[in-house]
Write a protein that binds this ligand. Structure first.
Ligand SMILES: C[S@@+](CC[C@H](N)C(=O)[O-])C[C@H]1O[C@@H](n2cnc3c(N)ncnc32)[C@H](O)[C@@H]1O
Length: 451
């Protein structure tokens, strides 16, 4: 056992202090705490510890709103006030940025990123299933914490969770069907969707569980139930999706029915296929607002206009549809076929004609267009957490005067920004957006221009 005083917070939300001059990262600690800790992971120059006893709590400590805090791997900051969390998120990013780039002062870092809704914001929740538990992984483990209610989820998602739990954990389903499911994703975004990932392959599924899925759809009030499974036993590649739907839009080809779409900054989006969706609607609109305000400023104050624009990792067109207002032609590139289908529906919903969606991996697309010498004036990219290792130079080959990089991971963003800097791009501004309150995650929008 060691005694430690916590001075600051670090990436992933660890409290930081020193024991015998060695840095120790402590889970769920708060700056100002004096703690008795146990070291559980020793590295050459630092160590990780867990709290055994709070000897003297920081005056900033608050009681966590959730009984699972400290065990569940979901939240990191329920023990500190939201204002404190925001302060540390910005400090942590500044520290990491300074490590990566020496000329930090030249970057305009905007951290006006707070939200009023720092609880109850998630419109999508993915839960793991290991009978009889439905919940999230425990921190650093594949064991599951059983979750009846998630404080980060919006009311409609918690309602779905309650209903799904009631059905799946009841006598009818608990012993056979529950064993077939590995995870369930609940979404409330205009439409209420439930997506089950099954362990078994398609033939078993149709024979045994057709009625089950219809029953679940009826009793949970979901608009759609999607079932994701393998085509054949042992088949790792062939993912198959079966859709059960209320088909409320059957007689409404233009999807005019209010409940079939959600709006973002005045544009309509449907979500009737399983696809990526930003978890926080309010902060997603903030991202869109940041992107469009920046482009408007380029137009109005610097006389920069765009003919052709490319949106890589475009999903269902969340950002793409807004680029249509600022470029003559926009291409959206996305590898998931359902997202591309949704994107095309979204174009129709909004009567947009100058966007072309391409189903491709970003790497393959850039390879092909690079060979043909195709160029783009503006490139927006919003990759998954892993970032774009190796793609910055290919993006630079397309010769955009502006690049807008949206990222949910500070470390891969900084790695990729260094690669952009090496290919002749200047980081003008980075906006930090609190897309994931009460967790250590932050969304970033980085604006780059060709030197
Ligand atoms: C973080 S999401 C962003 C989606 C969209 N820009 C939005 O705001 O909703 C990343 C997207 O990249 C897609 N994706 C993942 N790997 C890809 C790849 N190699 N090439 C193209 N798209 C990819 C995912 O399917 C997902 O839709």
């Amino acid at each position: 056992m060691e005694i430690i005083k916590i001075d600051s917070l670090a990436y992933k939300g660890y409290g930081v202090g020193r024991v015998n001059s060695r840095v120790v990262f402590v889970d769920y600690a708060c700056p100002g705490d004096t703690l008795k800790i146990e070291i559980y992971d020793e590295r050459k120059n630092y160590a990780f510890g867990k709290i055994i006893e709070i000897i003297n709590p920081s005056q900033n400590r608050i009681a966590p709103v959730c009984k699972h805090f400290g065990v569940c791997g979901g939240c990191n900051y329920l023990h500190i006030p939201y204002e404190e969390e925001l302060y540390w998120k910005a400090e942590i990013f500044k520290t990491e940025f300074k490590k990566a780039f020496k000329d930090f002062e030249n970057v305009n870092l905007i951290n006006d990123f707070k939200t009023q809704n720092y609880l109850g914001y998630r419109q999508k929740l993915g839960l793991k299933i290991s009978p009889p538990f439905i919940g999230f992984y425990k921190k650093l483990s594949h064991n599951i914490v059983d979750i009846e209610y998630c404080h980060l989820a919006k009311a409609g998602v918690n309602e779905l969770l309650k209903n799904v739990r009631n059905i799946l954990l009841s006598g009818n389903y608990r012993d056979n069907f529950l064993n077939e499911i590995s995870s369930v994703t609940l979404t409330d975004a205009g439409l209420k969707n439930i997506t089950f990932s099954l362990k078994s392959h398609i033939r078993n599924l149709r024979q045994n569980y057709d009625l089950t899925f219809k029953d679940i759809m009826e009793r949970t009030g979901a608009d759609n139930v999607f079932v994701e499974c393998r085509q054949k036993k042992g088949d790792k590649e062939g993912k198959k999706i079966i859709k059960y739907s209320r088909d409320r839009d059957k007689n409404d080809k233009n999807l005019r029915c209010q409940s079939n779409y959600f709006t973002l900054k005045g544009k309509k989006f449907t979500y009737d296929l399983p696809s990526f969706i930003q978890v926080n609607k309010e902060q997603n609109e903030n991202i869109i607002g940041n992107v469009t305000a920046y482009i408007k400023n380029l137009n109005e104050n610097r006389g920069i206009y765009f003919n052709s624009s490319l949106d890589l990792f475009c999903g269902y067109g969340n950002i793409t549809l807004f680029l249509a207002d600022y470029a003559k032609m926009v291409t959206g590139v996305e590898s998931d076929p359902f997202s591309v289908k949704l994107g095309e529906k979204n174009l129709k919903l909004n009567g947009i004609k100058n966007i072309n969606f391409v189903m491709s991996s970003a790497g393959d697309f850039l390879e092909k267009t690079g060979k043909k010498g195709v160029t783009y004036d503006l490139i927006v990219l919003d990759p998954p957490r892993a970032g774009i290792k190796g793609l910055a130079s290919k993006i630079a080959d397309s010769n955009p005067s502006s690049v807008i990089y949206i990222s949910c991971d500070s470390m891969t963003l900084l790695r990729d920004l260094k690669a952009f800097a090496e290919t002749g791009y200047l980081i003008e501004q980075i906006n930090l957006i609190d897309m994931f309150p009460r967790t250590y995650h932050v969304e970033h929008v980085a604006f780059l221009s060709r030197k």
